[in-house]
Design a protein around this ligand. Structure first.
Ligand code: NAP
Length: 472
């Protein structure tokens, strides 16, 4: 009997867990969206506004009072107002004394002011406990419920208790608080929403530069050279032929560039005999954008697949096929099937299909929703082992397809190598060095170093230690 009643007690809602009233200053877009979400999560909300008239836009169940009246009703006040209006808070300093003020503001430009908005607020109201939060969440995402991609809420502040109170609200709204430390971190947090694809910059610029280079390279050799020396106008190659040469080359080179920094890291660690010394900055940055390089490579590979699939529809291809048939008819001679050619074409197609399949698998496992569901070992297996296998297959695909041009003098127009030879330099270099690195005599010391062993511990004690992320 007793046991049953205790179970019932455990299942009954905890009525004492009533949420505390939260005050929001400002009934603008963000104030309304946040208030709406808070009411849904069980918080009584009171707005402090210049106008106490209730409009249809304000969430039902919320009260709208003057700033002073609203502030008196809550211990936490969210300042949903632009920084340039913060002066109006000075006369309220006494009422706001000891209260937790949540600064959610953003600026229009990076480092727009000498101090962060949150530090500015703390200077204006030294008696209040200022916490920075919510600025990386958009009003639209709050209102529409599309917060999946931005569930993290960065929180910082000097008062630990105040920060904890704000983090509890963040959790209650089904978001994830991420403690960034003291209010000194506010400037960095305020800069986050103003950054435009920061990790993508290097991969995008590199891809654009290489694409432009290879495009003009092909244009010179396949269109301009042919026009000058053979009087053939192949300018239409610009639409499909050249892009279908540039895309696979880019996909292969970028995939190799995903694995190249890991090779450099291994060589550096072997040379230094320790993992406790920082990699050069350029290598650190390169390692951080490997996923982006891989995704751009996948985009190029997908374009190559689409361009290849439309090949039979092209007028040039139908003309070339019918020309071959007509010449056989005119000569009254059927060309026998070359077994070697059939093998070559089937082999490079099979290698390409398998390589592309693994490429797609790598792309899928890099999605946060998938990578969150595999453990570190599984993730490493796919990204490292299967990734290298994808690189081997794609390199072999290019070798088998482009190999016929390597020794042919006609491929060296203007003494320049064919684009497929250029495409193979980086991937082959990566694969050869990787092959050397997996030799037991090299792999053993490298594994030991990555497990913390040092060849010369005394030397590394004197240096500035920062543990490198072990390279995949
Ligand atoms: P908003 O729509 O322009 O609303 C700002 C509110 O501030 C106004 O509705 C007004 O509320 C109040 N206000 C305006 N002038 C004032 C003055 N002179 N004195 C006192 N109060 C004044 O702006 P918002 O989009 O809600 O953004 C508010 C803050 O949230 C900004 O700092 C912004 O950077 C930050 N934020 C916005 C978003 C977003 O998606 N919108 C996302 C993250 C952070 P009353 O009329 O009720 O007084």
């Amino acid at each position: 009997m007793n046991k049953n009643s205790s179970n019932i007690m455990a299942l009954a809602p905890n009525t004492s867990n009533k949420r505390e009233t939260v005050c929001i200053f400002g009934t603008g877009d963000f104030g309304r969206a946040l208030g709406h979400k808070m009411i849904q999560s069980g918080y009584p909300v009171v707005y402090g506004s210049r106008s106490t008239q209730i409009s249809n836009l304000i969430p039902k169940d919320a009260e709208v009072l003057s700033h002073a009246e609203a502030a008196q009703k809550a211990a936490i006040i969210i300042i949903a107002i632009q920084r340039q209006h913060y002066n109006f808070l000075i006369p309220l300093a006494e009422i706001l004394h000891g209260k937790v003020l949540v600064d959610i503001s953003n600026n229009l430009k990076l480092n727009q002011y000498p101090e962060s908005n949150a530090e500015y607020l703390a200077q204006l109201l030294p008696g209040s406990r200022v916490v920075k939060a919510f600025n990386t969440v958009s009003a639209w995402a709050l209102q529409s419920g599309t917060l999946d991609a931005s569930r993290q809420v960065f929180v910082c502040g000097d008062d630990v208790e105040a920060k904890q109170m704000v983090m509890n609200i963040v959790r209650a709204l089904s978001l994830t608080p991420l403690d960034k430390g003291s209010l000194l971190a506010a400037q960095e947090i305020e800069n986050y929403p103003l950054q435009l694809f920061p990790i993508w910059k290097f991969p995008i610029f590199l891809s654009l530069g290489l694409t432009a280079f290879f495009f003009f390279y092909c244009l010179a050799l396949d269109v301009i050279y042919t026009y000058i020396y053979e009087r053939n106008n192949f300018s239409f190659f610009i639409a499909i032929t050249i892009p279908n040469r540039v895309c696979p080359v880019m996909a292969l080179i970028l995939l190799a560039l995903v694995y190249l920094p890991g090779i450099f890291a291994a060589i550096i660690q072997l040379y230094r005999g320790t993992k406790y010394r920082r990699f050069p900055d350029w290598l650190d940055k390169w390692m951080l954008c490997r996923k982006q390089l891989g995704l751009i490579a996948l985009a190029f590979a997908s374009l190559h697949v689409v361009f290849t699939l439309v090949t039979p529809m092209r007028a040039f291809v139908s003309w070339r096929t019918s020309k071959g048939i007509i010449s056989q008819v005119l000569n009254n001679k059927t060309e026998p099937l070359s077994n070697t050619n059939a093998w070559i074409s089937d082999s490079y197609l099979a290698l390409g299909i398998l390589g592309f399949f693994l490429f797609v698998l790598l792309g899928i496992t890099s999605l946060p929703s998938v990578s969150n569901n595999v453990n570190w070992r599984e993730f490493r297996f796919v990204q490292s082992k299967l990734g290298y296998l994808a690189l081997i297959l794609c390199t072999a695909h290019t070798l088998v397809y482009g190999g016929k041009w390597f020794l042919s003098p006609s491929a060296y127009k203007w003494y320049l190598p064919n684009i497929y030879i250029l495409a193979l330099i980086v991937p082959c270099a990566v694969l050869v060095v990787k092959f050397v690195l997996i030799f037991p005599c090299v792999d053993k010391p490298l594994t030991q170093i990555r497990q913390g062993w040092e060849r010369n511990p005394k030397h590394s004690e004197q240096s500035n230690y920062i543990i490198n992320k072990s390279a995949v």
